[in-house]
Ligand binder design. Structure first.
Ligand SMILES: [Zn+2]
Length: 160
């Protein structure tokens, strides 16, 4: 069933980008699938579920949303471009049968949504070590705790 390799291909395509963006989970993947493609939607859904389980937590429960793309033809005689829902339809403009399918076989990843560890706005990377008591891997602590400047209490807010 070639839907399985398609599903694997989708995962292979999105995961590097997702990890680059700090994703801990991909929640939904949106596809555009041409109606003239031979992809069986049910089989793809099933295969996607299998691939998601194989890839572990990052794809756990990831949904697949599919937008179908109707076939798009161009007439070889008059150049008319049109959407149609059947293969090799005659040109609605000039009636020619010499038409070329230009869209409708594609499988595209339109977008995907990720969840990240922190939902805060992305901050600058850890350039400056904040004096927040945590020393990762403190085999030999570089320096003791620096006296942290405290905000002066007192002159803050006056309750009415
Ligand atoms: Zn035509």
């Amino acid at each position: 069933m070639h839907e399985y390799s398609i599903a694997e291909g989708i995962a292979d395509s999105i995961l590097p980008a997702a990890f680059d963006n700090g994703a801990t989970r991909v929640s939904v993947v949106r596809l555009r699938i041409g109606e003239m493609s031979d992809i069986v939607r049910d089989a793809l859904d099933f295969a996607w579920g299998v691939v998601c389980e194989e890839r572990g937590d990052v794809l756990a429960g990831c949904r697949l949303e599919v937008e179908s793309v109707s076939p798009h033809f161009v007439c070889m005689d008059c150049g008319n471009e049109y959407d149609a829902d059947r293969l090799h339809p005659r040109c609605p403009s000039c009636g020619s049968g010499k038409t070329l399918l230009t869209k409708g076989r594609e499988l595209e990843i339109a977008s995907f949504d990720i969840e990240t560890e922190t939902d805060d706005e992305p901050d600058a990377p850890d350039d400056e070590p904040d004096d927040s008591g945590e020393d990762p891997g403190g085999a030999h602590g570089p320096r003791g705790r620096a006296p942290r400047p405290r905000p002066e209490p007192g002159a803050s807010s006056q309750a009415n």
